[in-house]
Write a protein of this length. Structure first.
Length: 225
């Protein structure tokens, strides 16, 4: 069990704080670039990254990863509204598995949110923004055990069709919770040409899932255009 005071938890928190400090340093030390010569009506983003947990849920689930895609409309040069989908994959802690007498487990969450975004530093080279929003979150925790299954495969070289035993995970049970939630974060952008910008973002998500609230701090790297 990883308590909030464990060395791993402390190291994870320090690493997350370091990234936030780095983003703030880039924000306030980067020179102001020229204003974008062409304002776009629509915006899109795609990214992925690591997903630490915060709060009580961090003793039950473990750090995972996520992918996110989104798009929206630019109402003004410095303001827009995005709709984002995020898939988050997490693990179940060994202490929780032992407590429930389960051999293995996984957790994942789908979310769809509407997120106003304020670009308070704009430029072709460097930029920064704040983003907040809310929406729908669906968290599922599955308990599994390793097993095998027989599948038929075709080898075009030998012209062989036959059964092969492959390892799989058998789902013993699952718990799903649907809830509303909100998020807020900061991000920085670096223009790479053609209207495309690389971005780094840290955002806090809170979902009022049943019994245990889900709190995550996804750190995302990706592209906006």
């Amino acid at each position: 069990m990883l308590s909030n005071g464990s060395p791993l938890s402390t190291g994870r928190t320090m690493w997350t704080c370091s990234l936030l400090v780095l983003s703030i340093v880039v924000l306030f030390t980067a020179p102001v670039g020229a204003q974008t010569s062409e304002e776009h009506r629509w915006n899109f983003n795609v990214g992925a990254g690591v997903t630490p947990l915060v709060g009580d849920i961090s003793s039950r689930l473990t750090t995972g990863w996520h992918v996110t895609v989104g798009g929206g409309v630019n109402i003004a040069p410095s303001f827009g509204v995005d709709v984002e989908y995020m898939f988050t994959s997490l693990g179940v802690s060994q202490s929780a598995l032992r407590q429930l007498n389960e051999p293995n487990g996984d957790a994942y969450m789908h979310s769809v949110t509407i997120d106003p975004i304020w670009r308070f530093k704009r430029g072709e080279r460097f930029g920064a923004y704040a983003i907040v929003g809310g929406g729908f979150y669906r968290r599922t925790v599955e308990f599994t055990q390793p097993t095998t299954a027989v599948v038929d495969v075709f080898d075009p070289w030998w012209g062989y069709i036959g059964p092969v035993i492959v390892p799989v995970n058998q789902v013993l049970g699952s718990v799903t919770s649907n809830a509303g939630g909100f998020n807020a974060g900061l991000g920085t952008t670096i223009g790479i040409g053609g209207g495309v910008k690389f971005y780094a973002e840290a955002r806090y998500h809170y979902a009022a899932t049943h019994r245990s609230r889900t709190q995550i701090l996804p750190i995302t790297f990706g592209f906006r255009w």
